[in-house]
Write a protein that binds this ligand. Structure first.
Ligand code: DQA
Length: 147
């Protein structure tokens, strides 16, 4: 099974970006971590990052059309993009929202996610491990749907 790991704006700068919040590991480290986790779980993981809302929405349409399960870190779009939310709503396969930090423990504007209500579930606050946990959740959902 192919799954997408889609990352929104500024996540390409992991490692250089506010390391006290997001950690010292780089975006390349994240890609390797997701691919290795996928190998262990029997998932073919495709990791992408964009700073563009339009590009992210295009990928969500691609996932919807192909019924591809998704791990999504919408980054700042989480808090205000109804367009990303509406794209997430169109899919039928599972989609797990992830965050590296715990937005609920940060500034007030991060307490709202416009995506959570249309995601299968949300995992936040575990650093890059949030992605590992989300991939496990997708693998579980996949084996449920096969049994
Ligand atoms: C984030 C949390 C968001 O509030 C922030 O805008 C990000 C990253 C996270 O992974 O912790 O860019 O999604």
């Amino acid at each position: 099974t192919t799954v997408f790991v889609l990352n929104g704006p500024n996540l390409g700068r992991l490692g250089r970006r506010e390391p006290e919040v997001y950690g010292a590991q780089t975006y390349d480290d994240l890609v390797v971590l997701c691919q290795k986790t996928g190998q262990r779980l029997g998932l073919d993981v495709e990791v992408r990052q964009t700073d563009s809302e339009a590009e992210l929405i295009g990928w969500l349409h691609e996932a919807a059309d192909g019924q591809v399960p998704v791990v999504l870190n919408p980054a700042a779009f989480t808090h205000y993009s109804y367009a990303v939310r509406d794209a997430v709503s169109q899919r039928t396969a599972p989609l797990i929202e992830v965050h590296i930090s715990n937005p609920a423990a940060r500034e007030e504007f991060r307490h709202t996610s416009v995506v959570s209500g249309v995601a299968s579930g949300t995992i936040a606050g575990f650093g890059l491990t949030s992605y590992v946990l989300a991939l496990h959740a997708l693998a579980d959902a996949e084996s449920e749907s096969e049994s």
